[in-house]
Design a protein around this ligand. Structure first.
Ligand code: FAD
Ligand code: NAP
Length: 303
């Protein structure tokens, strides 16, 4: 029996584990991949206080390192279901079952797909969702980045160190990304913009060779040669396993109050998976700290 099982070892889950463990609780942290979550997919984090610039994987390692010494049990597995047994909770993974007094859901979000022809077929053969993972395979190529948010613009700039050119195709004529990232992209000679443009199809046999782009204002469709397509069109919550708990909004984000409590007593949620306005590392760790403290309070009051 754990005091708390935290599902997901991104910055939110790791911080919840840190705070819960420092309150002397028996903590398990279940992760299906490597600790760090989405931080592992970005090369430069420039807005985490205390570091002018740190690579995502480095920050992930620094957050994970102290947990072992604090006695946090790191379990590998994919959580498939959480059951509210009333007083305690059952956590069902692909590798076994655990029981805990509380659960903290910290499963973050997943990249969204464009759902256009060619995207799935050419995935990993020119279609990518991770510039940090795949960028170096695209030296001297003309690349397309799809999206207008922080991820698209930041990763487009990152890709210019390998690519010949990077075209950002955005469905509107104004970027959503933070101003500082926009300015960096506008100042980069290798970056071009295709405004009011959406992808109709990604083409290629063995690998991506071209993309059909549609101008949403004129309806005109043109084919342009690209060696790779990086897709950054937003995120969807990772919360399927929690559907039956009745704690999700209509889009699958977990609803919590300011104490990170869901409507099920003893079940908390933190980080990107929550219904919230700002999804960042800083807000994820803030949520985690609150939840760690709230779990301690809940156990003190209820057990
Ligand atoms: P995540 O980091 O998504 O972690 C969730 C974890 O849960 C993952 O490790 C996942 O494997 C695990 N998990 C999911 N489901 C299960 C399951 N069923 N069972 C077990 N484990 C599970 N933010 C910044 O502040 N600065 C930046 O520069 C920045 N750059 C970014 C660049 C990119 C390309 C992206 C995509 C995001 C960036 N962000 C940045 C956002 C930031 O990474 C996220 O806000 C943050 O990682 C959210 O943390 P989290 O712990 O809530 O979720
Ligand atoms: P996002 O902010 O949701 O942006 C998604 C972009 O894709 C938007 O520009 C959107 O267009 C576009 N889009 C959505 N669906 C589309 C479709 N079907 N076809 C074409 N375009 C589509 O997602 P994100 O950029 O991945 O960022 C996710 C979160 O991580 C955000 O909270 C962000 O702040 C954070 N993040 C932070 C940093 C940083 O701080 N440096 C870096 C990366 C990410 P519209 O603009 O028209 O809606």
């Amino acid at each position: 029996m754990f005091d708390t099982v935290i599902v997901g070892a991104g910055p939110a889950g790791m911080t919840a584990a840190l705070y819960a463990a420092r309150s002397n609780l028996k903590v398990a942290l279940i992760e299906r991949g490597i600790p760090g979550g989405q931080m592992n997919n970005t090369s430069d984090i420039e807005n985490y206080p205390g570091y002018a610039n740190i690579s995502g994987p480095d920050l992930a390692e620094k957050m994970f390192e102290p947990l072992e010494n604090l006695g946090v049990e790191h379990l590998f597995g994919q959580v498939e279901r959480i059951e509210d047994l009333g007083v305690t909770k059952k956590i069902v993974t692909d590798d076994g079952e655990y029981e805990a007094k509380t659960v903290v859901i910290a499963t973050g979000s997943n990249h969204r797909s464009l759902n256009v022809p060619g995207e799935e077929e050419l995935n990993s053969r020119g279609v990518s969702y991770c510039a940090v993972c795949d960028g170096a395979f695209f030296r001297d190529e003309d690349l397309l980045v799809v999206g207008g948010g922080d991820s698209a613009v930041e990763e487009a700039v990152f890709l210019t160190q390998f690519a010949k050119t990077v075209t950002i195709a955005h469905r509107r004529d104004q970027l959503r990304a933070q101003k500082v990232l926009q300015d960096r992209a506008f100042a980069n000679d290798k970056i071009h913009f295709a405004w009011n443009t959406v992808v109709e199809e990604i083409k290629g046999e063995q690998k991506v060779t071209s993309v059909l782009l549609k101008d949403v204002k004129t309806g005109e469709v043109r084919e342009q040669a690209f060696g790779g397509v990086f897709i950054y069109v937003g995120l969807d919550p990772v919360s399927d396993f929690a559907t039956e708990l009745g704690i999700l909004d209509e889009n699958g984000w977990v609803i919590t109050d300011d104490h990170m409590r869901t409507t099920v007593p003893g079940i908390f949620a933190v980080g990107d998976v929550r219904q919230k306005d700002l999804r960042q590392v800083t807000t994820a760790v803030g949520d985690g700290a609150i939840a760690g403290q709230e779990v301690y309070k809940y156990i003190t009051e209820n057990f």
